[in-house]
Design a protein around this ligand. Structure first.
Ligand code: FES
Ligand code: FES
Length: 212
């Protein structure tokens, strides 16, 4: 690692960029350099939310991780030193299992052309990471910067409100069962894949970025 290399994490993977270009924004870097094309480019100027990602930083004062949603088209690559970036690829996929937020959009018809969907998912995901039981007003505010030209928003709001009403596993949710270990046992018994039923566990913030 060179002394001036840019180091950050993307979906749990360490990224070392030895020659970060100060003119490049995160959206461009994700799509062009890392070929992570789940994050969409709509307006390219902070007005549509298609490029929404979550940025997580260690807060030294409170010794906690702070999560914010951000428009990747407005985030300079060089501002990401020590940041954990989460994109829609890190939340869920058809191959690895959909996150309940994604599943809710499928179930509620909250997706038509799908172009706004990754951004919508990331705004909701960041909200849930900050507040486990958001109100309908919180949800409306969280997606206030995400434009959708197809659905009229109602099915999206319905979908996201349904996620908050709880894990489909109810009392058996991994959150109530002592965590991942219990979940694996239980899903083994059910013959279901773990990711199909529950992703309520927060991914671990990279220990390397916890600067005390
Ligand atoms: Fe529209 Fe970033 S592409 S807000
Ligand atoms: Fe087409 Fe939202 S589903 S823009």
């Amino acid at each position: 690692e060179q002394h001036n290399a840019l180091v950050f994490f993307l979906n749990g993977r360490k990224i070392v960029e030895p020659y970060p270009d100060a003119r490049v924004n995160l959206l461009h870097y994700l799509r062009q350099k890392l070929h992570q094309t789940g994050t969409k480019e709509g307006c390219g100027q902070g007005a549509c939310g298609a490029c929404t990602v979550m940025l997580s930083r260690w807060d030294q004062t409170s010794s906690t991780v702070r999560h914010v949603s951000a428009n990747a088209c407005l985030v300079p690559l060089c501002s990401l030193y020590g940041v954990a970036v989460t994109t829609v690829e890190g939340v869920g996929s058809v191959q690895n299992g959909l996150h309940p937020i994604q599943k809710s959009l499928v179930d509620s018809g909250g997706m038509q052309c799908g172009f706004c969907t990754p951004g919508m998912v990331m705004s909701m995901y960041a909200l849930l990471r900050n507040k486990a039981q958001p109100t309908p007003a919180d949800i409306q505010q969280a997606i206030g910067g995400n434009l959708c030209r197809c659905t009229g928003y109602r099915p999206i709001l319905d979908a996201f409100n349904s996620v908050v009403s709880g894990c489909p596993l109810g009392e058996n949710c991994c959150q109530n069962q002592g965590g991942q270990e219990a979940l694996e046992k239980q899903t083994e018994a059910d013959g279901k894949s773990e990711k199909e039923v529950c992703q309520a566990q927060d991914p671990i913030f990279p220990p390397e970025l916890q600067l005390s």
